[in-house]
Design a protein. Sequence first.
Lengths: 503, 349
Amino acid sequence: MLDILSLLDISFFLLAALGALIGIIFGAIPGMTATMAVAVCLPLTYALGLHHGLALLLGLYVGGISGGMVPAVLLNIPGTPSSITTTFDGYPMAQRGEGERALRVSVVASVVGGLVSAAILFLFAPLLAEFSIKFSYVEKFLIILLALTVIASMSRNMLVGIFSGVIGIWLSLIGTYSISDGGNGKTRLMFDFLEPYLFEGFSLLPVLIGIFGIATILLEAEDGVKSGLSGKEIKIGKGGGFSFGIFKGRLTNLVRSSFIGTFVGMLPGVGGSAASVLAYTQEKNLSRDSSEMGKGAPQGLIASESANNALTGGALIPLLSLGIPGDSTTAVLIGAFTLQGIQVGPLFIPENADTWYVMMTALVFANVVMFFLMFYAIKHIAKVVLVPQYILYPIIVMMCVVGAYAINYGIMFDVWTLLIFGVLGYLIQKVGLEVAPLIIGFILGGQAEVYFVKSLESFGTYSIFFTKSPIAVVLWLLIAASVAFSVAMGLKSHVKRRLETSQ
Amino acid sequence: MSMPNVPKTLGASVLMVGMAFGSAAALAADGPLRGNVRVVIGSTSTGGDTYQNSSIVVDALAEKLDLNMKVDAVGASSAFRFLDRDPRGNTLMIFHDQSYLGYLYGVEGYDNIFEKYTIGPTVAINPGNAYLVPKDSPYENLDQIIAAVGDGEEVRVAIQPGGVSEIGFSALKNAIAIEHPGSEDNLVAVNTGSQADKNQQLFDDQADLINGTVQANEQYTRLPEDDQKAMRFVWLTARQSTIEEAPEEGLGQTSREQLLEYVEPNVTVTMGDENFTFDKEFFFLYNKDMDPAIVEQIDEALTEIYAEGEIQQVQKNSFFIPNFKPSDEAAEYLENKMSAYEGIIENIQ
C-alpha cells in the first residue's frame, strides 16, 4: 500500500485537477467533447508517464462529461451527446430565470453519480464484467428498445411524437451499414451524388448542435432583438434559489439513475446517451409526480446528470476487467495503456494493482474537484444568460461552426450538417413535430439496427428476442410496463383536457 | 505615447517576436518538407496498433526532420480523402495491409493504392494476428479444424469482413478447398465488428473460432478452463521468421517459444505449392502528385533513424517487429504480396 502512496505526489493531484478544469471547458463548448479532450491530450502521456498521464486523462473525462450540462441548461445546446436529457428540464428552468438553481442541482447530481459509479467500479468490477458478457446482441437490442420507449412517454401528442421518433430513426439509417460493424458497406437512402458526403451518414454532434442550438437561435431571432433577459426576473446570487432541500424525497431517483448510468456504461457498444435517456424514462415512469418533467422539473435534471456522470465509472468496468472500452471516451483512453505497452484484459487488475489504485484515486479526486470547481463557479457561469442576445448568439453560432468542423478533424460537410439540421429543427417545430423524440430516434436508431440485424444473423429466428435468456424476459417486461405507463398517462391527460374544455 | 497604447504595443511586439521565431523554426528544416505535417491513419482508434506504431515512427521522424508532426486517427475513408486533397506533402498517411485488402474484397471507399497513391516505406510488422478457440473447445489444433470441416462438420468463424481480419479465414477456406474439395462451404464466416464483438460471439457460443490478436487476447488465454471467457490460440498467421524476431519474453506471460508453437512448421495452411502466411505490415502512403524530393527526404531520414538502432528497441518493446524498407523496395514487395492474396480470394469465390 505504501508503494501506491509514493506514486501519489502533489503533481499527480494537480494534473487531475487541471484535467477536470480543462475537461469542463471542453464539455461546455458546444461541439467539443470529453472524447476530444482526451484525444488531444493523449500524446502527453508519453512525457508524463503512465500514472500522471492517467490522472490528467481521467480528470478530462470526468470534467468533459460534467461540462456538458452548462450549455444544455443555459442555451438548450447539449454540450455532449449524453446531456440531451438535461436540456429537457434545464432550459425551461433557465428561461424562468432559474438557471443557477438548475446548474447547482445538476452539479450535485453529477458528483453523486460519479462517486456512486466509482464505488461500484472499485468494489464489483470483475463481477460486473462477468455479468456484462451475458448481454449478447439480443439483450443489447432490447436495452436500446427500452430506451426508445421514452419517445412515447415524452411526447406531448403521442402519435406525433412516435412519428417524429420514426423520422429520427430513418435519418440515422442514412449512410452505410458499416462494414466495421459487420455490414455490407453499401450506401442507402441517398442520391448517388451525395455519396462522398454521406458515406458515413450524418455525424451525431453536428446534428445535435444544429437541431438544438441553431434551431433555438433561429426561433429566438424570429422574436426580434431583445436586450437580454432584462424583462425577466433572474435569481442569481445567494444560491439562486438552490438548497439541498430539493433533493429531499429524490434519493431514490438519484441512486436509481446512478445505477442505470453505471450499468449502461459497462455495456460495450451501448452508447452513453442511452444512459441518461434510460434514467430519464425510468424517473418519468416510476415517480409519483412526473407530470412536470419536461417543463422544468429538477427531478429530470437529477436523473439525467447523475446517470451521465455515472457512465464514467461504468465505462471503465469493461475497460479494466475485459480490455474492452465501454464508450467512445474510454476507447481513446485505452491508448494511454497501449502507448505505454500495458496490456488491458481480464487480468489487468490483478497484474497491475498499483495502476488500478492510482486510477481509482484519480477518478474520485477528479469528481471532487469537478464538484468544487463547478459548484462555486456557477454563479459566474450562469451570468452568460445576461449577455445581450445579439452579442451572445453570434458567438454561439461561431463556436458551433468551429466545433462542428473540428469534431471529425476537419470535414466541411459537418458544418453543412449543422446548418441543415438547424433549419430542419426550426421547421419541424413550426409544423408541430417534436424535437426530443426525433433526436432520440436519431441517436439510438443506428445501434438498434445493428443489434437487431446481428441478432437475426446469429440466431436466425424472431422468437429468439423473447426466448434468449431470463434477462431478455425481464427487459420485455420493462418495455411493456414503460409502454403501458405512457398509454395510461396519455389517456389520463386526454380525459383531463376534455374535462377542461367542456367546463 | 498615451497609456492605452502600451498593451497594444506590447501585444504587437509579442506577436512579431512570435512570428520571427515561428518562421525561424519553419526554415530550420531545410528539406522540401516543411511547416506542419499531419499524418492521418486508416484507423479511428487511438488504442489500436496503427496509432501506436505510427506514433513511434512519427515521433522519431519529427525529431530527425525538426518538424511539427502529428498523428490523427481519422479512419480509412477520411484518411484517403485527406490524402487526395493535399499534394503539398503536409498530409501523409500510415496504414497497413488493409489498404489493399479492402480493395481486393471490394469494400466501398477502397481503390487500388498502387495506382492511386505513391507507396512509401514500410516501417514495422505487427506479428499478432491470431485465431483462437474456447479453452474447452473439442478442437485441439488447426489441423483438427481443417479435418473436421473436411468431414462435413460446420465450423463458424467470427471475423470482421473485408480485410485483415478476413484474410486468414479466406486462406483457411482456400486450404480446405485444396485438401478436401467441396467441403469448404462448411467453414462459415460470422460477420462481426470490433474485437469485443468477436469475443462476445465466442462467449455466446455463436462462433467456434475467432480472429483476434496476441495483444488483445493473450490475457484471455491465461484464464482457467472453467471460465466462460477462457480461450486458446490455435494459429498465428505471421511468418515463423517474424515471430523469431520478437523479444524472447514474448507478450504478457506468453513467451516467444510458446508463440512459435502456433506458426509454421507447427501450424500450416496450404496455398497449393507453398504455405500461407500473413504479416500485418505498416507503411506510408503519399499523394501521387507529391514532390518526389519529399519521398526521398523521408526515406533518407528513416534510413538514418533505423541505422541508429534506437527505434527498433522501442518497437520491439511494444511488440512490433521493425521492418524498414525504403519506398521503391516497399512498393514492389507490397505489390507482390497483394497478388498472392488476390489468388486466394479469387479461388474461393
